[in-house]
Design a protein around this ligand. Structure first.
Ligand code: GLN
Length: 494
């Protein structure tokens, strides 16, 4: 018999609406799975009461014949970057440990308004900086996946939304929120065999989301199917006057318009994403993805995105620059940690608080960011990186003359063992080489599972779309999903 925890968002919502099971039964089943999943370290705090209370409201509404929201009866995980009223919000940093926001982020509020409940706050890389979930103050998240002949070697669930990806792949929750600044939804989705979409920059409000790099940060859903992502995104997206970069655009009913018939669609294949010495399994899944889209009726065209090689270096100037500015607010004065040994002055209190509160990777980003913004180097680094960003965005604009969506791998490799890259930040940063260009250009992009590599680890295919064309991205994702028939799941060891 299928367990409730094996069901996705749509199946749960429809089952609750039909009365096949109650929202309370669903919440209980997932709360139990979360409680048993401790070895994954996917959650920083669990909130079983929040999930149960939301479910009770849904069951009462249904009994009273009231209309149910689009996510009624669906308990989800919330990345611990979203402020949640009355529930500790840390960005996985010691500097925010114990911070309980008196307000709710717009995105999480929208999800609760749609009827969802919260299973807990999901672990992540500290301040969303990382690609492996090894920079959290609360310990590494462990992927539920293991290599087929790799024994018990703990693998990375990707990052920064690695608590989200691990929890969804392990069936601790049917869906979760993620955020993507330079790949943090897509790369962890690829590493764990699930779907995730970063919408167009501005679709989801950043209000109440702990800021990393504000011109890049974008929230999005992660789930096990394209349709589940679509229905989650419908709830999350929408204009918010409290975010100055929020897009004042209607939110389409993407899930209702899903269509895997791609006849007439042109799919661009960027030659620059074919890198020297690329993993053969990645090349193979990309070829497979092209064949699937052709089979769905699309026409494949070779395109060029000539500034691709410069995107990652530009990202690692722009993102740290914005981070160094955004993270200046953590000074021990208004909230979070304060280190004030007796007798020290204000400056020493700032320094001691920041030295104790920020992790090494966060400090590295602040140092880089402060350096590239400093008077003597601003033009050489920051201004130059902004120019490169414009060129990367122009590459995509030119490409849209020839194609409607772009197909690429999500990552250059599959997941790797925890600890194997943490001493080598440059190799770690390379994880996002295929993800970062769409981030710099603000474009919608999604990862869908393409298959397993010879070690039995998932690989993702990435679809990048035109501004506001989430529908095109989701439709191409659906065409791949239908053909990939990805049913692999991690063997339970936790
Ligand atoms: N891994 C990238 C970084 O460390 C992207 C992170 C993200 O998208 N939040 O910056």
């Amino acid at each position: 018999m299928t367990q409730l925890t094996d069901l996705g968002v749509m199946a749960l919502r429809n089952g609750v609406a039909r009365g096949d099971f109650t929202a309370a039964e669903v919440a209980n089943a997932f709360n139990a799975a979360v409680a048993e999943g401790g070895a994954l370290n996917a959650f920083i705090v669990t909130t079983p009461d929040h999930a149960a209370a939301a479910a009770a409201r849904v069951d009462a509404d249904r009994a009273a014949g009231k209309p149910l929201g689009p996510l009624a009866g669906v308990p989800i995980g919330m990345k611990d970057l979203f402020a949640t009223r009355g529930v500790q919000t840390t960005a996985a940093s010691a500097i925010l440990e114990g911070f309980v926001p008196p307000y709710e982020s717009t995105v999480s509020q929208r999800l609760w308004d749609a009827g969802a409940g919260m299973l807990g706050k999901l672990n992540l890389d500290q301040f969303a900086m990382g690609s492996s979930n090894e920079t959290s103050h609360f310990g590494n998240v462990v992927s539920p996946w293991r290599r087929s002949d790799g024994g018990e070697t703990p693998m990375s669930p990707g990052g920064s939304s690695g608590g989200s990806s691990a929890a969804i792949a392990a069936r601790l929750c049917p869906a979760a929120t993620g955020t993507d600044t330079g790949g943090s939804i897509r790369q962890p989705a690829a590493f764990t065999g699930i779907c995730g979409i970063k919408p167009t920059y501005g679709r989801c409000s950043r209000w109440g989301v702990v800021a990393f790099a504000s011109s890049l940060d974008q929230a999005g859903p992660m789930a096990r199917s394209v349709e589940d992502c679509a229905v989650m995104l419908e709830a999350m997206a929408g204009f918010d006057p409290k975010d100055a970069t929020s897009l004042d655009e209607p939110v389409p009913q993407w899930s209702a318009a899903l269509d895997a018939d791609l006849r007439g669609l042109k799919v661009g294949v960027p030659c620059e994403y074919r890198r020297e010495g690329m993993d053969e399994a990645i090349v193979a899944v990309w070829e497979q993805g092209k064949a699937w889209l052709r089979d769905a009726g699309a026409q494949l065209v070779d395109i060029s995105l000539p500034h691709t090689d410069y995107a990652l270096p530009a990202y690692y100037i722009v993102a740290p620059a914005e981070a160094s500015s955004n993270l200046a607010r953590y000074d021990g004065v208004r909230y979070g940690l304060r280190e004030a040994p007796a007798g020290v002055g204000l400056q020493e209190m700032y320094a001691a608080t920041r030295a104790a509160g920020f992790g090494d990777e966060v400090k590295r980003r602040i140092l880089i960011g402060t350096y590239v913004l400093s008077a003597g180097f601003y033009d050489a680094y920051y201004t130059q990186a902004q120019k490169v960003r414009t060129l990367v965005a122009r590459d995509f604009r030119n490409a849209w003359a020839e194609c409607d969506v772009i197909l690429a791998p999500t990552t250059p490799t599959a997941s790797f063992p925890l600890g194997s890259l943490s001493e080598d930040p440059l190799t770690m940063y390379l994880n996002d080489v295929f993800a970062v260009p769409a981030s710099l250009a603000g474009l919608p992009a999604m990862s869908v599972p393409g298959g397993l590599n010879p070690d039995g680890l998932p690989l993702g295919l990435q679809i990048i779309g035109k501004p506001l064309d989430e529908q095109g991205v989701l439709n191409a994702g659906l065409a791949i999903e239908q053909r990939a028939g990805f049913t692999a799941r991690p063997q339970r060891w936790w």
